[in-house]
Design a protein around this ligand. Structure first.
Ligand code: URA
Length: 211
């Protein structure tokens, strides 16, 4: 485990983590969000998938990946044959950052200061989930798990050593596929599944083959 902003705290319960993140005002985002959104899934889980931050729907429902990006992720799990009961989904940043355009709340990428302030919550969550491997969905997640910036396009589909110990597979955030060129949607989807596929080896019916 490499440099973290504060010493390791023993992870409390999942419920305590939710309460603590809800009350967190270590950066300005929390004040404007409806609530914090921590991860969901089994404890422990084979794979911990980490996104960027909750979106508009996640903020309202208090659950990760319930909007369009989550639907795409769900389709990928189905195609890859990944059982949901081995997958824990969360985000690097626990509150929704947005800017208002009229009445619409438009997603705003969290800054490094905000991601850094949230890192100890992610770390507490990792201690509860005890994943065998991580999947970093996009640059914010990959940087939080790795501890330094990286190029997703150069490293997608590759395993790296995470700051928390277990290996991490890097790929694009599902929103990147939603935003991509509609003419290339199918090839982008296939490439994304190819990135994700090596993580199948960490699921428990593949325990014996796990790298
Ligand atoms: N995007 C994310 O990174 N996380 C979510 O929970 C939803 C959208």
């Amino acid at each position: 485990m490499s440099a973290n902003p504060r010493p390791l705290k023993p992870a409390a319960s999942h419920q305590a983590l939710r309460r603590a993140t809800d009350a967190c005002r270590e950066c300005p985002i929390g004040e404007h969000a409806t609530q914090s959104v921590i991860g969901e899934g089994p404890l422990p889980a084979a794979l911990m998938l980490v996104g960027e931050q909750p979106g508009d729907q996640e903020d309202r429902q208090g659950r990760p990946f319930v909007g369009p990006a989550g639907q795409l992720l769900g389709r990928a799990f189905d195609e890859l044959g990944w059982p949901r009961d081995q997958l824990y989904l969360t985000n690097a940043v626990k509150h929704f950052k947005f800017e208002l355009r009229g009445k619409r709340r438009m997603h705003k990428t969290p800054g490094q200061r905000e991601a850094q302030a949230c890192l100890h919550w992610l770390e507490s969550e990792v201690q509860l989930v005890r994943p065998r491997a991580f999947i970093a969905l996009g640059a914010t997640a990959a940087r939080a798990l790795l501890g330094r910036p990286l190029s997703i396009m150069q490293l997608r589909g590759q395993w790296l050593d995470s700051r928390f110990g277990p290996p991490m597979l890097v790929t694009l955030h599902p929103s990147a596929l939603l935003r991509g060129d509609p003419l290339r949607r199918e090839s982008a989807w296939d490439a994304w599944l190819r990135d994700l596929a090596p993580a199948s080896a960490w699921l428990s019916d593949a325990t014996e083959d796990a790298p």
